[in-house]
Design a binder for this molecule. Structure first.
Ligand SMILES: Cc1ncc(COP(=O)(O)O)c(C=O)c1O
Length: 400
């Protein structure tokens, strides 16, 4: 006999973790690039989920088509085509649903690379990606960046250097970079495509923050500039940052020729399209305009937090901390004088009840030892101010 689940059912509680993030009591941990649980649109999702189960439950609970739930591909194509940060229309047959951008990257390793291949990443880069590449036996080589993103002039030199191995792919985060929050200008986006075509590698463009702009618009995704016959740029999108990460839903946008290499993978032949239930749910969320509303809400919330955090950093650290105020995304990338090692500062900060991600975590070669990444996605204004106060006290103690 089935038990009827009850709200707040104690039997659903477990001693095992129920979320990825774990933060010691009393610590404000700015190291997590996760959205505050309070910002998840639970009410909207609950209502839509009820409707899905009442009228479309059979489809939602079935194996999905390999490319992803068709109605969402169409809805997403219309949604993206309508966004100010996307200047070209996005066709449904260029989209493929994934288990988030992380799932997309993992599939890209299967579809496009083999052990021993070389992949270029930015210095600094989103740290779990290097780990994913290493786990596949890929050689990871860092390309320098500046405060406008990847240095395409230096990339060109590296590609022409016979001593450096040829890459099969280059992974980049062009809009509101993680961790550096930089935005790659149009001419460098164009140059990346030109280099990818000439040197026959694929640009894996992680665009998970493309829609989270608070100030000025970022240039359109790199794929916009790809006019090659069979495609040399892939855009990775995600509902994690604009809706909720537990949905495990994202997408790949690519030339349909290139997309075939994903759609034809054995994983999909066995398990069908990815995250089918979430896809049916999100199609309705888009159809009812709830995603657009949620993004507006997040933009306002994060823009306010940025002002508070920037103000607190300036007033507590003065000239000691250098940073650019982010125009989108989740992160401040803060650099201290060269005598500060943020790995060494970390335990001191934790004793003061604050934590962050040290800069060297984002490097292939231990660079950025005097930088750190702090995220404003998890805490409200009051907690952000308090954490900067704690961090400044920790820095004082560390330097004395
Ligand atoms: C640059 C970047 N890519 C990918 C991800 C993970 O995205 P998803 O939840 O869609 O797997 C994150 C999350 O922090 C991120 O910052």
């Amino acid at each position: 006999m089935h038990r009827e689940p009850m709200m707040d059912d104690q039997s659903l509680k477990s001693h095992m973790p129920d979320a990825m993030m774990s933060i010691p009591d009393g610590t404000l941990d700015l190291g997590w690039g996760h959205q505050s649980s309070g910002l998840h649109p639970v009410e909207a999702i609950r209502n839509v989920a009820r409707g899905v189960l009442e009228s479309n439950g059979l489809v939602a609970l079935q194996y999905g088509p390999e490319q992803g739930f068709g109605a969402l591909l169409e809805e997403l194509s219309a949604f993206l085509s309508d966004q100010d940060s996307y200047t070209k229309s996005v066709e449904p047959d260029s989209l493929f649903l994934t288990a988030g951008a992380s799932g997309a990257l993992d599939l890209a390793c299967t579809a496009l690379m083999k052990s021993g291949d070389v992949v270029f990443v930015e210095e600094p880069t989103y740290y779990p990606v290097s780990r994913m590449f290493h786990e596949r036996g890929l050689e990871v080589i860092g390309v320098p960046t500046d405060n406008s993103g990847i240095r395409t002039d230096l990339l060109r030199e590296m590609l022409d250097d016979p001593k450096i191995s040829r890459p099969v792919a280059l992974y980049t985060i062009p809009s509101f970079h993680n961790p550096a929050s930089t935005v790659l200008p149009v001419h460098r986006r164009q140059e990346l495509v030109e280099l990818a075509e000439r040197h026959e590698f694929v640009v894996l463009s992680d665009d998970v923050y493309q829609l989270l702009h608070y100030d000025s618009l970022p240039p359109p995704p790199i794929i916009t500039f790809d006019n090659t016959q069979s495609g040399c740029a892939i855009s990775l999108g995600s509902f994690s940052k604009v809706l909720a990460p537990g949905l495990r839903l994202g997408w790949i946008q690519a030339n349909p020729e290139l997309l075939k290499r994903f759609v034809n993978l054995g994983l999909l032949a066995s398990g069908g399209g990815l995250s089918q239930f979430s896809a049916v749910l999100v199609q309705r969320i888009l159809r009812y305009g709830l995603l657009a509303d949620n993004i507006d809400f997040l933009r306002k919330t994060y823009a306010e937090r940025i002002q508070v955090l920037a103000g607190a950093l300036r007033s507590r650290f003065g000239d000691l901390a250098t940073f650019d105020v982010p125009a989108g995304g989740y992160f401040f990338w803060v650099t201290f004088p060269s005598d500060v090692d943020t790995q060494e500062l970390l335990p001191v900060a934790q004793e003061h009840g604050v934590s962050y991600r040290p800069g060297s975590d984002f490097s292939q070669s231990g660079m950025f030892s005097n930088s750190l990444r702090i995220s404003f996605s998890l805490y409200d204004a009051a907690d952000l101010e308090l954490s900067v106060k704690r961090l400044s006290e920790a820095l004082k103690e560390y330097r004395s």
